[in-house]
Design a protein around this ligand. Structure first.
Ligand code: AP5
Ligand code: MG
Length: 214
């Protein structure tokens, strides 16, 4: 099963992708997590990506397309994958379509986690993220067992640099301008599944899996 997660920053893409990855035993590939790991390790890619991310802007397409196209050719993607945060622009979607077409494959579901902008800013201030394994938590809606420590891998949690309210507003603007058009792109392909992302995390998951399990 080949899945992409669509939705505004903070809509819950990462939260649902992690759960889906466990249920269907396919890798969760988050471009944001890949960039954050590169920033943490001070790589060339990390250095290039950081200024864009901190400003709430998209990293240029050329820094992300080859990375993802190569990643989905790896052996562990044989059964499928969940792309979280990619594609984010029409050129990225076209590059992905082209790469999959060449292998006679296609995206099965583009899951659009729908949450209005008003709810996003409040969610982001309570988010805590693990740079070790990419897990995300929320102080109120999805707390860890031990404060500040990841339940999955035991690393310390961080407040992401781009979760400041001003940067979140910029990210929302960039989302509406550059990423929202992808909803139409996947609707035309008959792959779109829109779920109400304002519901409880478990209810959103049920809404997704009841369609995927059909
Ligand atoms: P990325 O890391 O992908 O960030 P994003 O798209 O802005 O999305 P988030 O990770 O912030 O949110 P999410 O939807 O995963 O929500 P989450 O599950 O954490 O990208 C970061 C940056 O990297 C970009 O701005 C860009 O610069 C760059 N980048 C990445 N990919 C790129 C690409 N392809 N091209 C160019 N640039 C790229 O949930 C949010 C919070 O809400 C959590 O605290 C969670 O616990 C909570 N929550 C989740 N679901 C619910 C619920 N149902 N009810 C209540 N709370 C909930
Ligand atoms: Mg995420």
């Amino acid at each position: 099963m080949k899945i992409i997660m669509l939705g505004a920053p903070g809509a819950g893409k990462g939260t649902q992708a992690k759960m889906l990855s466990e249920k269907y035993d396919i890798p969760h590939i988050s471009t944001g997590d890949i960039f954050r790991a590169n920033i943490k390790n001070n790589t060339e890619l990390g250095k290039k990506a950081k200024s864009y991310m901190d400003a709430g802007q998209l990293v240029p397409d050329e820094l992300v397309v080859d990375l993802v196209v190569d990643r989905i050719k790896a052996k562990d993607c044989f059964k499928g994958f969940i792309l979280d945060g990619f594609p984010r622009t029409i050129p990225q979607a076209e590059a992905l379509d082209y790469a999959l077409n060449n292998q006679n494959e296609k995206i099965d579901y583009a899951i659009n986690v729908d949450v209005p902008d008003e709810d996003i800013i409040e969610r982001m201030s309570g988010r805590r993220a693990c740079v070790g394994c990419g897990a995300t938590y929320h102080l109120v809606y999805n707390p860890t067992k031990k404060e500040g420590i990841c339940d999955v891998c035991g690393e310390k949690l961080i407040l992401r640099d781009d979760d400041k309210p001003e940067t979140v507003k910029k990210r929302l603007q960039v989302y509406h301008e550059q990423t929202q058009p992808l909803i139409d792109h996947y609707e035309k392909k008959g792959a779109l599944l829109t779920v109400d992302g304002t519901q409880d995390i478990k209810v959103v998951f049920e809404d997704i899996t009841k369609v995927l399990d059909k």
